[in-house]
Write a protein that binds this ligand. Structure first.
Ligand code: DAH
Length: 369
């Protein structure tokens, strides 16, 4: 029979050469498993004489512990190696630039939406969302535009029949909302003052040229509290345009205007410089209309279930697409919705750049060109 010392040497050598955990386990089984080499040798003890048995059992026990120790040490080493190999291949270099292979782009309207939400979010506004298909109560009546009010005609409304099997009744048809102002009413219905919301969304009118498309985007703003004044409106919108155009200062003016749902009403202009080839926002001799605003009409508060003797507020409405055209120098609105990949490559934004007031709104005008 092979000497026990030789057996030990042979097994220990095999253990030290085991290249992975699976190979190591095979060695363990072949030495100490139920039918393993050492186990089989243990079984022969019973046939030995007493002296021989004591002597051999001692040697076999020593062999067993030597093999067990070697197996356990080798196992530790192999486990460590396996872990290191796994970590090495899962390693990410956080200093690498973001996904250079990224093909997708964020649409300028989505980008502007994020920017506007970031600014008003910082000013304590919540974002409210509502339906594209609206009833005439929310889109018109509750906004102080009763049936036959001339302003209803100005909006080039798309009407939708309630029931396709009945004759079309203009007066109770649904509409695809002509503006986001209906969200003023929906918000008042669902929320008690103080209210401070913006409501961005799609809006629809039957209109089509370089600056009008049948579907476009607006953001509505609504603030209602007991002491909200025109001064708050002016301060809030001034802060907004400065933050939005990323300028330290910007001339603004308010022109008296008319909207049925606000009294008084105004249009806000910002200063700019228009040359034959360029439009520069900021100081200059020209003005650019940017949004409509005013103090919420008492009839609108009433329609929203709010007591106008106790509360007052201001509202504003901004065209998101128009803001995108101005900020990012995009000349034709129709191109926004043509889904042309080349256009998106030119005017779109990197998907992983988030807008925030602290980290940068437009990420330094970060269109990927
Ligand atoms: N709804 C108006 C429009 O679509 C925009 C607007 C003007 C909204 C004045 C307002 C406001 O909230 O106060 O033309």
């Amino acid at each position: 029979m092979e000497d026990i010392k030789d057996i030990e040497q042979r097994i220990l050598e095999e253990v030290s050469k085991a290249s992975d955990l699976k190979a190591l386990d095979e060695i363990r089984v072949s030495a100490m498993g139920k039918k393993g080499e050492i186990t089989e040798m243990m079984k022969t003890l019973g046939q030995m004489s007493a002296d021989e048995r004591i002597e051999t059992a001692k040697k076999l026990n020593l062999l067993k512990s030597a093999v067990e120790e070697a197996l356990s040490k080798r196992k530790d080493i192999l486990e460590n190696e396996a872990l290191n190999a796994k970590l090495a291949c899962e390693k990410i270099d956080v200093t690498l630039p973001c996904r250079p292979e990224t093909q997708g782009r964020i649409h300028p309207v989505s980008k502007i939406y994020e920017e506007v939400a970031a600014i008003f979010g910082e000013l304590g506004f919540e974002v409210a969302e509502g339906p594209s298909i609206e009833d005439q109560f929310h889109n018109f009546n509750a906004l102080n535009m009763p049936l036959n009010h001339p302003a209803r005609q100005m909006q080039d409304t798309f009407y939708i029949a309630h029931d396709k099997d009945k004759p079309f009744e203009m007066d109770d048809a649904y509409v695809v909302r002509t503006h986001t102002s209906g969200m003023q009413i929906r918000t008042m219905e669902n929320k008690k003052p103080p209210i401070r919301i913006i409501a961005p969304g799609r809006t629809y009118r039957s209109d089509f040229d370089a600056t009008h498309t049948p579907m476009f985007h607006q953001v509505e703003g609504l603030v209602i509290d007991k002491t909200t004044t025109l001064a708050h409106l002016k301060g809030c919108l001034y802060d907004f345009v400065k933050a939005f155009f990323e300028l330290d200062d910007i001339p603004v003016r308010y022109r008296p205007s008319y909207f049925p749902f606000t009294e008084p009403s105004a249009e806000m202009d910002i200063g700019c410089l228009k040359t034959k080839t360029e439009l520069k926002i900021g100081a200059g001799n020209d003005w650019l209309e940017i949004l409509g605003c005013g103090m919420v009409h008492p009839n609108v508060l009433k329609a929203g279930g709010i007591d106008p003797d106790e509360y007052q507020g201001f509202a504003f409405g901004v065209g998101l697409d128009r803001l995108a055209m101005l900020k990012y120098g995009i000349p034709d609105l129709r191109t926004f919705f043509e889904s042309d990949v080349r256009w998106m490559k030119n005017y779109g934004f990197a998907p992983l750049d988030f807008s925030s007031l602290t980290g940068g709104l437009s990420n330094n005008g970060g269109q990927l060109r």
